[in-house]
Ligand binder design. Structure first.
Ligand code: SF4
Length: 63
């Protein structure tokens, strides 16, 4: 699995960090997404995929 994030599209909504906090974080100042674990372990993959699905801006991708 490979998680990608486009910070030029991210609107700092925070759904990703709420849904999969071990995989995503947000910048302290701008709230932009940071992918902490681009290749999450098995136990976090379901939450990571759900976070990608829920992102309101379409900034996240999954392969
Ligand atoms: S859910 Fe999408 S728009 Fe919101 S912080 Fe995460 S990547 Fe950005």
């Amino acid at each position: 699995m490979r998680i990608t994030a486009d910070t030029t599209i991210c609107i700092s909504a925070g759904m990703c960090a709420l849904t999969a906090p071990g995989v995503f974080d947000q910048g302290d100042n701008d709230g932009l997404v940071a992918v902490v674990l681009p290749d999450p372990p098995e136990e976090l993959r379901k939450a990571a995929a759900e976070a990608v699905r829920l992102c309101p801006s379409g900034a996240l991708g999954i392969r």
